[in-house]
Ligand binder design. Structure first.
Ligand SMILES: NC(=O)C1=CN([C@@H]2O[C@H](COP(=O)(O)OP(=O)(O)OC[C@H]3O[C@@H](n4cnc5c(N)ncnc54)[C@H](O)[C@@H]3O)[C@@H](O)[C@H]2O)C=CC1
Ligand SMILES: N[C@@H](CC=O)C(=O)O
Ligand code: NA
Length: 814
């Protein structure tokens, strides 16, 4: 035998009622069906009564609405030949309600007793109409006004059930009434037969009472969600229903906001050990959640993540508390006197402070009470004056199996830490059913998402990506991400979600992720103009976990925001060399900030594009090797130029060709003037531990002064053409000696310089082609034959691939 309950949203409209009856009809074991008032009616009844109490005559309009809704529902649901008698019965009830309201209006008085009576009409209307419709639908059904069987005390609006009498009344009634009972939720009556209501959670409680009294095999609570969810789906989109949970887990989860079921309503079921199923009326084929007394064997330590959005934290501390008995008794006694409920408590074993959370609206009174209670100690400076901290949230993970599993707390704190979420207080009940942390309110949703990710989606790691710069490198990167998306998801469970894109003109944000097949159109058509300040602000405000910022520009304005971005606990990947080659202090500061905020700052493509140059150097240094010398060809552009330039080509043509092939900087003067190489060798010296500045790098430039000084890229090319003969001469001279030209950067004995050199066959840099870079590390461990890194050092594909590889490194770290 089963008992079922359908809440207000399940019986909101005639169409939904038809669906409910269909579900009931399909269930041969259903014995009692408890229903709530039609969705919204209870509140409307209360409002109507309150308006009448105030003498506001427009209460009559509200009453008319209530009247209309029920008569229309009856007309729509009941077959023609029985309609008039059912409508007449509804009208009788409505007349009774109308008279009651009139009485309130005349007397201007609304007692709790009267309010209970008024509110009871909601369930009486709905269950009567539903029972009549059920008959039409072919069920042998009857209306049960539960005031006949649920006996309570006279604590109106929140009456306590007398189980001894109630159980007996229910058992007798059901024994005498073989038809399916459509029973009113929420209401009962006292010993004198006066109507009462059961307080919060009303109809859930009713079905639990019936289930327990009848020793039902199951209690089904039909609602508008798929079950008890792993997290609030309005805050965590990936939340999913928990298949099984214990009564205790359900209570913990419900206590903290997941309002699927009101905890006390489970008590009768729990006492008789009756499973409670949570089912979705809008998705009846889904099996929902089962709440019973077996802890699950699926190995999942955490069942759900939940939160209380707004709390205040109070701290009572001082030397006068250490080892003194009775402090907490006085503290919580003072709060209890004013019925202030304490949500969470922590005390360190030093006994120096007690910290606890209350509702923010109760905090001022709590502060006052405590300061009064401990006035003497405060005056003697034994206890500090207590103050409240506001705008905080509690986030908790819940699960019975946590006590059997190690590392759960570690995982919780790690995932919060990595997302820059600071923990103000921690509490774990000794039952180990719940670990709660107090954090800033603004971090609540981020924390829920990060924890949900860590505990439930560990199979798929979503990395939220913000990209500025979608030129050559940026657009190639997007293409690569799109091509590789499926593979990364399948092989590594990494999901790069592009949340924002921008170029120098437009920006586009979409918290649901931007579809990479249409990013160009979307960015182009975006109504939002780009400015870095608002881009960063929006990124900060979104406050998404596992966020990564990608800078694919060559802009110093963009890199000037890195500091702020790292401080917001957002990792950075960039091929832009400006930050790493600016002031040494800034370079070091960014590295320190990344460490401090537990995020990652990667810039491998600053030198040699995707070639493992910086990481190799870091490995050498970190493992204790000593760098004696670095000699390198660090410009893909210059390498390409000198590998391609021969007697058949003009120098200026080859430079244009390099630009076309995507090797040059956005401004090719930077390549030709060696300032790009200077930046790269400077970065390498810094990675070796030398605090060098760009002015310390000596450049023996080789382009004529007129080119060097050209005020624009166009004029630069004009000047370059004028110098074609000069470059041809340089090349021919080298060729005569059997040599080739190479722009070589060198770092040795703390000194860095760059010069164009003619090298012969014996030189390790002689054999280069395309945009090859080569880097030779002579170290204590590689003294004679240096460690060489060689390969294409510029170009869109390799550079984007290097950026992508850094992103994957971060994804693996987060
Ligand atoms: N081409 C290559 O082989 C390599 C390039 N790099 C670096 O990659 C970066 C990008 O180079 P490319 O893609 O060739 O440049 P690009 O000129 O093709 O694209 C730059 C992008 O940045 C955007 N942008 C510029 N200033 C901006 C601002 N203030 N705010 C927002 N967006 C801005 C532009 O609108 C454009 O979308 C540069 O820092 C370059 O040094 C690094 C290694 C190799
Ligand atoms: N313009 C650069 C690109 C890589 O940093 C080069 O030519 O090497
Ligand atoms: Na590199």
């Amino acid at each position: 035998m089963k008992v079922l309950k359908f809440g207000g949203s399940s019986v909101q409209t005639p169409e939904r009622i038809r669906n409910v009856v269909k579900i009931v009809k399909a269930d041969k074991q259903a014995r009692v069906v408890v229903c709530s008032a039609f969705g919204g009616i209870t509140d409307q009844l209360i409002n109507t009564a309150k308006m009448a109490e105030k003498g506001d005559e427009t209460y009559k309009n509200l009453f008319k609405e209530i009247e209309k809704r029920h008569i229309e529902a009856a007309k729509e649901l009941i077959e023609i030949k029985r309609q008039s008698s059912v409508v007449a019965q509804v009208k009788n009830l409505l007349n009774e309600l109308e008279e009651l309201l009139e009485g309130i209006f005349l007397l201007r008085e609304l007692s709790k007793r009267t309010l209970d009576n008024i509110v009871s009409f909601g369930e009486r209307f709905s269950c009567y109409i539903i029972s009549e419709y059920a008959k039409d639908a072919g069920l042998q059904a009857e209306y049960l006004d539960t005031r006949k069987v649920i006996r309570t005390n006279s604590n109106f609006t929140n009456a306590a059930v007398d189980f001894e009498i109630t159980d007996k009344l229910i058992q007798e009634y059901i024994a005498q009434h073989p038809a399916l009972q459509i029973a009113t939720g929420f209401i009962g009556s006292n010993a004198e037969g006066v109507t009462t209501t059961l307080g919060r959670g009303g109809s859930d409680y009713t079905v639990s009472i019936f289930g327990a009294a009848l020793q039902a095999s199951e209690i089904e609570i039909w609602t508008d969600v798929d079950g008890v969810m792993t997290a609030d789906p309005r805050k965590v989109a990936q939340a999913f229903p928990v298949p099984t949970l214990t009564y205790e887990e359900a209570m913990e989860l419900s206590h903290f906001g997941a309002k699927v079921i009101y905890p006390p309503t489970m008590v009768p079921a729990l006492k008789k050990n009756i499973p409670i199923l949570i089912r979705n009326t809008f998705n009846p084929d889904f099996k929902g959640s089962i709440i019973y007394n077996q802890s699950s064997s699926d190995g999942k330590a955490v069942k759900g993540i939940t939160s209380i959005s707004n709390i205040a934290l109070l701290r009572v501390q001082g030397s006068g508390m250490v080892g003194v008995a009775g402090v907490s008794a006085r503290l919580f006694g003072a709060l209890a006197k004013e019925s202030i409920s304490v949500i969470l408590i922590t005390q360190a074993s030093s006994e120096h402070s007690i910290c606890f959370a209350v509702k923010p609206e109760e905090a001022p009174l709590a502060v006052k009470l405590i300061n009064e209670e401990f006035a003497t100690e405060i005056q003697r400076s034994e206890i500090d004056k207590v103050v409240a901290e506001y705008d905080l949230s509690i986030v908790a993970i819940v699960g019975e199996n946590m006590k059997k599993t190690s590392g759960v707390a570690g995982k919780m704190f790690q995932s919060l830490g990595k997302n820059g979420i600071n923990i103000t207080a921690i509490a774990q009940g000794s039952s180990e059913l719940n670990i709660s942390v107090v954090i800033k309110k603004e971090d609540e949703v981020k924390a829920l998402r990060a924890l949900h990710q860590a505990f439930f989606l560990s199979d798929i790691k979503v990395i939220n990506v913000f990209i500025v710069g979608v030129g050559l490198i940026g657009s190639t990167l997007l293409k690569q991400i799109q091509e590789q998306k499926k593979y990364l998801l399948k092989e590594y469970s990494i999901d790069f979600k592009i949340i924002a894109l921008a170029n120098s003109k437009k920006k586009l944000f979409d918290a649901n992720g931007i579809d990479l097949t249409v990013w160009k159109e979307r960015l182009f058509n975006s109504p939002e103009n780009m400015d870095m300040e608002s881009f960063v602000r929006e990124m900060e405000q979104l406050n998404l976990p596992n966020s990564v910022f990608i800078d694919n520009t060559a802009s110093s304005l963009v890199s000037s925001f890195y500091e702020r971005i790292l401080k917001a606990s957002i990792s950075i990947v960039t091929p832009n060399k400006i930050a790493s080659s600016g002031g040494y202090h800034q370079y070091q500061n960014l590295k320190d900030l990344a460490k401090k905020h537990d995020v990652v700052y990667l810039y491998e493509t600053n030198v040699g594009a995707a070639l493992p140059v910086i990481s190799t150097l870091q490995d050498l240094v970190n493992s204790g090797d000593k760098i004696l010398k670095i000699e390198a060809v660090l410009s893909g552009t210059l390498s390409y130029i000198f590998n391609t330039f021969d007697s058949t080509k003009k120098f200026s043509e080859v430079v244009k060709d390099a630009k076309l092939k995507g090797y040059t900087e956005p401004d090719p003067r930077e390549d030709l003037s060696c300032s790009d190489v200077a930046r790269k060798i400077l970065i390498l010296t810094r990675e070796c531990g030398y605090p060098m500045e760009s002015s310390d790098v000596v450049i023996h430039g080789f382009i004529p002064e007129s080119c060097q000084k050209a005020p624009s890229v166009e004029e630069f090319f004009v000047e370059l053409e004028k110098s074609d003969a000069y470059f041809e001469q340089m090349r021919a001279n080298a060729e005569k000696e059997g040599k080739v030209l190479r722009c070589i950067a060198k770092f040795e004995n703390g000194r860095a310089d760059i010069a164009l050199q003619a090298v012969g066959r014996e030189h390790p840099f002689y054999q280069l082609s395309g945009s090859d870079n080569i880097i030779a590390f002579t170290t204590a461990r590689y003294p004679e034959r240096p460690l060489l890194v060689k390969g294409a050092g510029a170009g869109a594909e390799v550079t984007a691939a290097g950026v992508f590889a850094d992103m994957i490194r971060i994804a693996n770290y987060l």
